[in-house]
Design a protein around this ligand. Structure first.
Ligand code: GDP
Length: 278
């Protein structure tokens, strides 16, 4: 038997006063914890976060918290993160922006669709940021496979992409959330009590992927009614959800929102060529 906080990925021993943040709304946070039915609404204890270097909680964080006599919950401290995905400012003028924490797998999602999101350069930016993320594995997910005409050219393309990343130790999954093709490989990463964080541009299908695994609408997807390459994005808040199978999915803001374009220097892996579809 696992306690509720363990079901949400806690494996740090004594769980007294430990909660995990499932969503953040300005000054308020939703968190799950042992002894809390559903989710508690908590605020930061101001005095505990006054120091300029105090780590502020974000979705996915394990925190120490307590209730006061009025039943209000206060976050006292962010517990050490075993993994983190951060956007660094190369000029070091601003602090690093932390996009996801405490995940076992980082899904770097891109789209092979006509929205033109697929770019080796973009993937390089993500994978280079993932290099020092901690105890987690990065996996590239090429979604919207259904928008590329089936045949030898498609197979060769996916193989060449997979091979160029294999040299760097990164697994590549080619999938279509729309048709279900390749989704068995995706499911292997969604195991009980493990967290998969999804990063990637808006509209590549991150929420659709999580919804497909959940078997229902858990996250808002782009407003486009039918399956199409041009998704409109709605993913603006970060959310941690526990899927029916017991895995945890952590959604993050899209790369356009975080304005990362062109800010990270990198070397292209050999054999990894830019490719436009259609
Ligand atoms: P997110 O912003 O990354 O969370 O993207 P969404 O999940 O909201 O998806 C954006 C758009 O792409 C929506 O219109 C989805 O219906 C569409 N979409 C997602 N996956 C696929 C896919 O495998 N194939 C096609 N053709 N469209 C997809």
């Amino acid at each position: 038997m696992f306690s509720r906080i363990e079901e949400f990925g806690w494996r740090g021993g004594d769980a007294g006063g430990v909660g995990r943040i499932t969503s953040a709304h300005g000054d308020y946070y939703h968190l799950v914890a042992n002894g809390v039915e559903g989710e508690a609404l908590a605020r930061k204890k101001k005095s505990a976060f006054r120091a300029p270097d105090a780590v502020k909680p974000i979705t996915g964080d394990f925190v120490r918290f307590r209730h006061n006599a009025q039943g209000e919950s206060f976050i006292l401290e962010v517990l050490p993160r075993f993994s983190r995905f951060e956007r660094r400012d190369p000029t070091a003028k601003r602090k690093a922006q932390t996009l996801a924490v405490n995940f076992d797998t980082l899904f770097i999602v891109t789209s092979l669709g006509e929205d033109g999101d697929y770019s080796p350069e973009r993937l390089m930016r993500y994978t280079s940021l993932a290099e020092d993320m901690g105890e987690a594995e990065a996996v590239i997910v090429l979604n919207k496979l259904d928008l590329v005409e089936e045949g030898a050219a498609r197979t060769a393309l996916c193989e060449s992409i997979a091979q160029s990343w294999a040299e760097r130790g990164v697994n590549v999954l080619a999938v279509s959330v729309a048709t279900g093709e390749g989704m068995d490989e995706v499911r292997k990463y969604f195991v009980p009590r493990k967290t998969v964080a999804l990063v990637g541009s808006s509209g590549v299908g991150k929420s659709s992927l999580v919804n497909a695994l959940a078997g229902e609408e858990w996250m808002a997807t782009g407003e486009v009614q039918e399956w199409s390459g041009r998704g409109r994005h709605t993913t603006t808040s970060r959310e941690l959800v526990r899927l029916p199978g017991g895995a945890l999915a952590l959604d993050t803001p899209g790369i356009r929102e975080i304005g990362m374009v062109g800010e990270v220097d990198f070397e292209m892996p050999k054999g990894c060529v830019s490719h436009r579809f259609r």
